[in-house]
Design a protein around this ligand. Structure first.
Ligand code: PLP
Length: 393
């Protein structure tokens, strides 16, 4: 017999992937230029020049067996030191190379951190709308998934969090800049969250950790993204280069355990143990080194900014209600009818492929990924306009 839960997970199609596959089939039928696929969060801007330059330099200067061989499980020591120096320099918080663990992207950073923290019966609190894989990651680590609504502007609702963070809460996960809303949490709300978690930790007599999922940190349109570990000691940062450097397929990121964390060394040992148990021998060796040379850099965010302005401006002028994104590359749009799934089916008639917000744990919205060629947005606008007019008839 097979593991039933895994078989279920494998068979259960991700809504987003299903829409993407539908789009590919449709493109074969009617031509790619006639399908407007806004489903996936695959970066559409090339990686910055430093990525190719560093790949070239490493390939020509570093002996191949060293470049492509295993690194230490936690990562190449020089790379970990560069990451720690970068964190200290950029965010003004202490960081230690021996508390940095190189990973295969944010998904690995999260699963490793959750497995490191989770004991039987622990709860992990996420803010809805949320990245759909959180539920899978939490439940497979043995935790209980608890979701709490963001406020009406999709920022943290501290009153709701106060109620949701209970006796068994082991950690809260936040994601800013946010997928799917584009919200960037400001300093005041992070300070508010920090005091709430300090109070809860004191009541519980054990830390309630803050897990910060930030693959979109560099992708903002003027908003400052505060570094949460500045405000709350018990923070584990789960970073990824997938989006910032457009390296989603290369699978590279890191975990940084804040040195001020309760039992930081023990927690880091648990991170190493979880990485080992999950079979992550080490993160891709070439890309560890490439990313170390590109810390703090990003793909040209102006391309996303122009896409955002074009799409958000046009949709608003047609009568859609859009949340202006402060970061990431997603537009969260109110569905003109209560059931966003029905609306997305209707959008398909116009070859518009949108993701209903039900996948993100809230109803009544759709996510439009604007990490696409500009021409796709331009060609799609008449379809968006005709679609919304159906509702004014
Ligand atoms: N967290 C969020 C909020 C995401 O949007 C994504 C990917 O879209 C991930 C984690 C996973 O990122 P990675 O590709 O680095 O594993």
């Amino acid at each position: 017999m097979l593991n039933g839960i895994m078989t279920e997970l494998g068979k259960e199609r991700s809504v987003i992937r299903e829409i993407f596959e539908y789009g590919n089939a449709r493109k074969r039928e009617i031509g790619a230029e006639n399908v407007f696929d806004f489903s996936l969060g695959n970066p559409s801007v090339p990686a910055p020049a430093c990525v190719r330059e560093e790949i070239g330099r490493l390939l020509s200067e570093m002996p191949a067996q060293k470049l492509h061989g295993y690194t230490s499980a936690a990562g190449d020591p020089a790379v970990r030191a560069q990451v720690a120096d970068y964190i200290e320099g950029a965010f003004g918080v202490p960081s230690r190379a021996d508390l940095v663990y190189m990973t295969c992207g944010a998904a690995a950073s999260l699963t490793i951190t959750l497995n490191a923290l989770c004991e039987a019966g622990d709860e992990f609190v996420v803010v809805a709308p949320y990245f759909p894989e959180y539920r899978v990651f939490i439940e497979r680590a043995g935790g209980r998934f608890v979701s709490v609504r963001a406020d009406e502007h999709f920022h943290l609702d501290l009153n709701a969090l106060e109620k949701a963070v209970g006796e068994r809460a082991k950690a809260v996960i936040i994601n800013s800049p946010n997928n799917p809303t584009g919200a960037v949490y400001g300093e005041a709300e992070l300070k508010g969250l920090a005091s709430l978690l300090k109070k809860k930790s004191a009541e519980r007599g054990a830390p309630v950790f803050l897990i910060v999922d930030e693959p979109y940190r560099e992708l903002t349109y003027g908003a400052v993204v505060p570094y949460p570990a500045r405000y709350y000691a018990d923070t584990v940062t789960c970073y990824s280069f997938s989006k910032s450097l457009s390296l989603a397929g290369e699978r590279i990121g890191y975990i940084s355990v804040n040195p001020a964390c309760t039992g930081a060394e023990e927690l880091f040992a648990a991170v190493c143990g979880a990485g080992r148990a999950l079979g992550y021998v080490c993160a891709p060796a070439l890309f560890q080194r490439v990313c170390a040379a590109c810390l703090g850099k990003s793909s040209d965010v102006n391309v996303y900014r122009e896409n955002r302005d074009l799409l958000c401006g046009a949709l608003t002028s047609y009568g859609y209600d859009c949340i202006p994104p402060e970061g990431a590359f997603y537009l969260f749009v109110k569905s003109p009818e209560a059931d966003a799934k029905v609306f997305c089916e209707r959008a398909k008639k116009y070859e518009l492929l949108l993701v209903p917000s039900d996948s993100f744990g809230v109803e009544g919205y759709v996510r439009v990924s604007y990490c696409v060629e500009r021409s796709v947005i331009e060609r799609s606008l008449p379809a968006f306009e005709r679609l919304v007019k159906e509702y004014s008839k």
